[in-house]
Design a binder for this molecule. Structure first.
Ligand SMILES: [Zn+2]
Length: 114
């Protein structure tokens, strides 16, 4: 369990929670957003709630399956990227590269490295 725990992600579904005290900070994954968020979150609260609720549920479920050892990390990474793309499109951010990456992940069994 210890070994597994050190591989647990900084990545995690979006934030609906306030930042507390000493949590390490990251920046929201949406291009152009500089909101600081806890490292275990994916996006700031405002952007997370722009993700369609069914997609938010998919991210949360895929993360739980990975952390529980029921699935590997790929469904989570794909769901996470789909969530990022969905918000980016709302803000007219170019998502061609992300969509190409997602298509490669979907086609390939290769484990993404980023
Ligand atoms: Zn944001």
């Amino acid at each position: 369990m210890f070994v597994r725990s050190i591989h647990k992600p900084d990545l995690s579904p979006g934030s609906a929670h306030p930042i507390r005290g000493t949590e390490a900070l990251a920046v929201c994954q949406i291009v152009g957003c500089s909101h600081e968020i806890p490292r275990r979150h994916l996006m700031c609260q405002a952007h997370w709630f722009e993700v369609p609720s069914d997609l938010r549920d998919q991210v949360t479920a895929a993360l739980a399956s990975w952390l529980d050892g029921k699935d590997d990390v790929r469904p989570y990474l794909a769901a996470r990227l789909r969530a990022i793309i969905s918000v980016a499109k709302l803000h007219n951010i170019d998502v061609a590269e992300d969509e190409a990456k997602l298509a490669r992940w979907t086609r390939s069994e290769r484990m993404p490295r980023s």
